[in-house]
Design a protein around this ligand. Structure first.
Ligand SMILES: C[S@@+](CC[C@H](N)C(=O)[O-])C[C@H]1O[C@@H](n2cnc3c(N)ncnc32)[C@H](O)[C@@H]1O
Length: 236
């Protein structure tokens, strides 16, 4: 963290400015991918990332090439959140080309401006060595709105969720059993994932995809996570 001497609070953060082209302009924000990156919790606005060090830090003759080389993890998160594959990312203060290296890994195009030739050369050399991720690894989680509609029954039909499996609310206070047609049963109550969720909670409505959870690979996952697995597996 750049710090300034003096009797003052020591710097503990840097501020990112996130802008759009206008008040009503459309902008990209990959909400679902961010949530997935953050273990199924909405991504926070304060990020804790280690400063750039180790193998990642560019050095020449034992000296740092650039005094403020940014960590790739930072650009990775910024780009994953705000761009899509094939988008062009402009970095007008390119330095060692962290933006370019991460853009290449993530299948984004890049434009960089850097006035110091020593940094430009280091950046180009570094980007040349960066390996783009495999096409299949570049597909990220989509928001339910952007994703094609999937009926819960389709997950049962395709065997991703088996009929007879138990589903629970997050705290395991409520449970239900999945039936062959994709409906749920809990005691005498029967309904869709949404309808039964609402009925058991005495709520006017319920998003069954996020309310109900299922054991998957030793963890309790929302049904939405299984739906995302289905979408990833069936994408063209
Ligand atoms: C904070 S550093 C960027 C570090 C970079 N993010 C990295 O990870 O290596 C800012 C860079 O902007 C460059 N710079 C400053 N003013 C510039 C200008 N007017 N035109 C082009 N480059 C400039 C500096 O030479 C410096 O390398």
């Amino acid at each position: 963290m750049p710090n300034f001497k003096g009797t003052r609070f020591t710097n503990a953060h840097e501020t990112l400015i996130w802008c759009s082209m206008g008040e009503k302009a459309k902008y990209t924000f990959n909400y679902r991918a961010m949530k997935t990156l953050n273990d199924e919790l909405q991504m926070r606005s304060d990020w804790v990332l280690p400063i750039c060090g180790g193998q990642e830090r560019l050095k020449k003759a034992g000296h740092k090439v650039h005094p403020t080389q940014k960590p790739e993890a930072l650009l990775y998160r910024v780009m994953l959140a705000t761009t899509n594959k094939g988008d062009v990312v402009l970095d007008p203060f390119f330095g060692t080309g962290t933006t370019g290296a991460v853009a290449k890994r993530l299948g984004r195009e890049w434009i960089g401006c850097e006035r110091e030739s020593i940094y430009r050369e280091a950046a180009l050399e570094r980007i040349e060595l960066a390996l783009p991720l495999d096409e299949s690894a570049l597909t990220t989680m989509q928001s339910p709105k952007a994703a094609p509609k999937v009926a819960f029954g389709t997950l049962v039909e395709t065997g991703l969720i088996t009929a007879g499996a138990k589903v629970f609310d997050k705290k395991r206070k409520l449970s239900a059993t999945v039936r062959a047609d994709g409906s749920l049963v809990a005691g005498a109550e029967i309904g869709s994932i949404h309808g039964l969720g609402a009925k058991l909670q005495g709520a006017p409505s319920c998003n069954g995809w996020t309310f109900w959870h299922i054991e998957h690979e030793g963890e309790l996952k929302p049904l939405d996570a299984i739906r995302q697995l289905y979408l990833l597996a069936t994408e063209d």
